[in-house]
Design a protein around this ligand. Structure first.
Ligand code: ADP
Length: 215
């Protein structure tokens, strides 16, 4: 049951088909957070077609890369990290062991082994709810698109599980950083936000309308 990039709708189609999404309302705090960010409205339509919201298991996605919310030792742990290592098989840990760990905010890349995706990008999210560090995780993960010619990539909700980052602020940072990246890098074809917890599904449905409007 592999999910290919054609099966995850661009945000554009998603909003049009799913009317419940349009009813979701952002809060005043969302507006305050959003206003920290200057968007180039001319690019709105084309950028909305480059993001998708996916709900479910990131290990099923067949993409250029999936991102792992790893720990600094790059040792298989719980949460999405455990799921990725289980699905990839033991050779993923063997390659991780050659990398000498990974500091918070940085990212390292490995093969995908038994996963449908070609690469796994391991990034280490902050444990102290640092917005700047979480932003670096997204930037450093996306930066591999150049060296490894990655055109499709999926992110889990980094740091919002065991590391306890507030979900809503984490989503603002993920969406803002991705938007800024897509405005400057037109070779990236699709960035997929992989939500797993119902709370994150609802947050992303609301905030994607702000950062990636379709009208
Ligand atoms: P962190 O340690 O960075 O907080 P976690 O793995 O604990 O990372 O959680 C990050 C997010 O990944 C959480 O929302 C968690 O529910 C989600 N998650 C867990 N398993 C999967 C999976 N198989 N696919 C996608 N997301 C997952």
């Amino acid at each position: 049951s592999v999910v290919t990039v054609d099966m995850v709708d661009p945000w554009n189609n998603y909003v049009i088909r799913n009317s419940t999404v349009e009813k979701r309302k952002h809060t005043l705090d969302d507006v305050t957070e959003f206003n920290k960010f200057k968007i180039d409205n001319h690019q709105n339509r084309s950028l909305a077609e480059k993001v998708s919201l996916y709900k479910g298991d990131i290990t099923r996605l067949e993409l250029g890369a999936i991102v792992n919310a790893a720990n600094s030792m790059l040792k298989a742990g719980g949460g999405v990290d455990g799921a990725i290592h289980r699905a990839a098989g033991p050779h993923l840990q063997e390659e991780c062991d050659t990398l000498g760990g990974c500091p918070t905010g940085e990212a390292k890349i490995t093969g995908g082994y038994n996963l449908p995706s070609q690469y796994v990008i391991h990034t280490v999210g902050p444990q102290d709810a640092s917005p700047a560090m979480l932003k670096k995780c997204y930037e450093n993960s996306l930066a591999f698109h150049k060296s490894h010619k990655i055109t499709t990539i999926a992110f889990p909700c980094i740091s919002t599980g065991i590391y306890g980052f507030p979900n809503r602020l984490a989503a603002h940072i993920a969406l803002r950083t991705t938007r800024q990246f897509l405005e400057q890098n037109d070779r990236m074809e699709r960035v997929i936000f992989c939500t797993f917890m119902p709370v994150d599904v609802e947050i992303y449905e609301t905030l994607m309308q702000m950062y990636f409007p379709v009208h």
